[in-house]
Design a binder for this molecule. Structure first.
Ligand code: TYM
Length: 313
């Protein structure tokens, strides 16, 4: 029997190459080996996007992105979190066995607190919904970037706590984090993130790629522009790059132009596929509707088991 995988992205803006190399590429690489569940984490996204028509567009766009990168609905369950109410129901059950001090250790909470930001209850409870996402499917592995590691630890701890109180029910998931791409840097050298405005969107037009690459911050004192190189490494082998970078020491413009070409070569076929998929929205909606049926079946089986354990069924 195949092992199970679950992962997801929030529909809060265009996916960038950090999302792709940090997580989504791993999904593609192992899609055939695992029983896969790829989720659009719209209820997590609701903490950030509170505008109905924008949410609708973002969900559809992310579903198109999933198919455009090569996720195959014949092989994998592709679904929207809000279509499977077991996620929010199990999150509630988990919240009743979780303490506030434990959730106050979450990075996202601590960051918001350090910035004196008022934190929403949805953001505070975020790790519980994510634990439910993962544990409902008995996921063995969860491919993500480094920034999600703590959330998977929360899922493991919560599974253990539930099992301890109510008896063996949930499987403990493992994160799958690829060392070299655990934290893909953005155009300013910090972690690439929608909220830092330092991204290269995955489905950029050529003009957007040019603009983003030209904006990569370079340090004029070094021969190799580190921030350019770190992004270039995603698209070319280090052997190929070592030749290019040693032949063009200090020539930042030449190196950035080479990076633009390499990103364009990589992105172009996916961009074209995305364009084709956009012509048939009905087909995308059908994929999500079928995904919802399959995901509900799996998730409800597990939820019923948990509800029996807690004594409400
Ligand atoms: P999200 O939408 O912020 O990001 C999606 C995935 O992209 C990874 N990622 C990165 N990896 C490497 N370098 C970067 N610069 C970079 N930026 C983002 C993230 O680690 C993530 O894997 N909470 C999740 C969504 C979620 C989820 C889940 C994931 C909800 N439920 C259950 C897995 C399993 C999130 O906000 O990801």
């Amino acid at each position: 029997m195949k092992k199970t995988l679950l992962s997801g992205v929030k529909p809060t803006g265009r996916p960038h190459i950090g999302n792709y190399f940090g997580a989504m590429k791993q999904w593609l690489d192992i899609q055939s080996q695992y029983d896969c569940n790829f989720m659009i984490a719209d209820y997590h996204g609701l903490n950030f996007i509170q505008n109905g028509s924008e949410m609708k567009d973002q969900i559809l766009n992310l579903a198109i992105d999933y198919l455009a990168i090569g996720l195959d609905p014949e092989k994998s369950v592709i679904f929207k979190q809000s279509d499977v109410s077991a996620h929010t129901e199990l999150a509630w059950i988990f919240e009743t066995i979780t303490t506030m001090p434990y959730l106050m250790r979450a990075h996202a909470f601590k960051d918001a607190e350090a910035k004196n930001k008022e934190i929403g209850v949805g953001t505070f409870n975020y790790p519980m919904l994510m634990a439910a996402d993962i544990l409902l499917y008995d996921a063995d592995i969860v491919p993500v970037g480094q920034d999600q590691k703590q959330h998977i630890e929360y899922a493991r701890d919560t599974a253990q706590k539930f099992n301890h109180i109510f008896g063996e029910t949930f499987k403990l998931p493992e994160p799958l984090i690829m060392k070299d791409v655990a934290t893909v840097p953005g155009t300013d050298g910090q972690k690439m993130s929608k909220s830092y405005g330092n991204t290269i969107p995955l489905f950029s037009s050529k003009e957007e790629i040019v603009k983003a690459v030209m904006s990569i911050v370079t340090d004029s004192t070094s021969e190799v522009p580190k921030n350019v190189y770190e992004i270039h490494k995603l698209f070319k082998s280090e052997a190929e790059l070592s030749k290019l970078y040693s032949e063009n020491k200090g020539k930042y413009k030449v190196l950035k132009e080479a990076l633009i070409e390499d990103i364009e070569t990589f992105v172009k076929p996916m961009r074209e596929r995305r364009h084709e998929l956009m012509q048939d929205v009905g087909k995308i909606e059908k994929v999500l509707a079928e995904g919802a049926i399959r995901a509900n079946k799996k998730a409800n089986t597990k939820l019923i088991e948990a509800k029996k354990k807690i004594g409400v069924l």
